[in-house]
Ligand binder design. Structure first.
Ligand code: SF4
Length: 308
């Protein structure tokens, strides 16, 4: 645990210095209201670096999450730390998850995760941003490192020792040739930093308990991670639990799918799968209710279990 904390502090210090030297702005700590971002925030305060905090407004977070964010932001503001909340837009118009579905004309899915692009990832294009990604969370998060540049398949990953070395040498050398990550910083392109990349789940909880860090009450309701309600990336069992705890969110999705079908019709598009009859039917397809003939079935790890 001591090593993990020391490594995280070093990552945050290096990231804050790069942000100041190359971007002329403080490091951003991306805050979601979940346990990982609470730990990251605590570490950033401990590192005594300059930073600002940003919540990407998803419009589908639980009321408990929003309450926790308000509480934490007030504490930060009282300490003189700036906090921001995004106001999501799509093609210049203000948007929320439900109006976005209508505009896109398809539901967000595991394969077409457009909501993340619009609601979460579009907010820090020219900044250095620390996020609470951890290697142990999922297979897709393995193989990254503490510093990332570029998007998804084209992203490049660098460990903190290497980053420190190349930025130290960039200070003294004539910049005839720059390492990719230094060139990225000189162009002020987005850089993502993962200060708690090597932490395990149990280390996160131990740190929270040892430091008496306030956390989102959803964890005491049995949630092991928090995020958008009814996220298409969630496990089937997690979506079922969301349906029970947040029935109004289900109704909002059904209404959005109804409006989406109406918009598709007006634009001369068919009903998508050939099986979508109304918002309720789209919802059942989307939630993987396994009640529609010919529907893809996913297992609890999100892998396709059975093709039609
Ligand atoms: S619902 Fe899931 S996929 Fe969509 S923005 Fe939220 S986390 Fe991303």
């Amino acid at each position: 645990m001591k090593n993990q904390v020391e490594e995280s502090l070093e990552i945050l210090e290096v990231a804050a210095q790069i942000s100041k030297d190359y971007y002329g702005l403080p490091l951003i700590i991306a805050y979601s209201g979940g346990k990982d971002s609470d730990v990251m925030l605590h570490l950033a305060l401990k590192a005594n670096i300059e930073f600002e905090v940003l919540y990407s407004t998803t419009t589908v977070d639980a009321p408990q999450t929003m309450k926790h964010i308000r509480h934490i932001f007030k504490r930060l503001n009282d300490m003189g730390i700036k906090t921001h909340r995004t106001k999501p837009t799509y093609k210049g118009d203000p948007i929320n998850m439900f109006s976005l579905i209508e505009k896109k004309g398809i539901p967000p899915t595991r394969l077409v995760r457009y909501c993340c692009d619009v609601l979460k990832e579009a907010s820090t294009p020219n900044r250095v941003t620390a996020v609470g990604v951890r290697e142990s969370e999922s297979r897709t998060r393995k193989g990254r490192a503490e510093f990332n540049i570029g998007k998804r398949k084209n992203s490049k990953h660098f460990n903190v020792k290497y980053v420190k070395e190349v930025f130290d040498s960039a200070k003294v050398q004539d910049p005839i040739w720059d390492c990719l990550i230094v060139a990225n910083a000189r162009a002020r392109k987005e850089m993502i930093v993962n200060p708690i990349y090597h932490w395990s789940n149990s280390e996160i909880w131990t740190y929270i308990k040892e430091n008496d860090i306030p956390y989102n009450e959803l964890y005491d309701m049995g949630y092991s991670r928090v995020g958008c309600i009814l996220c298409p990336m969630a496990k089937k069992s997690e979506k079922k639990r969301d349906e029970i705890n947040f029935p109004w969110m289900k109704q909002n999705y059904i209404k959005a799918f109804d409006r989406m079908l109406k918009a598709r019709k007006e634009n001369g598009k068919d009903d998508g799968t050939g099986l979508w009859v109304d918002g309720r039917g789209v919802y059942r397809w989307w939630i993987e209710d396994n009640t529609i003939p010919g529907q893809l079935k996913f297992n609890d790890d999100g892998e396709i279990e059975e093709e039609p």
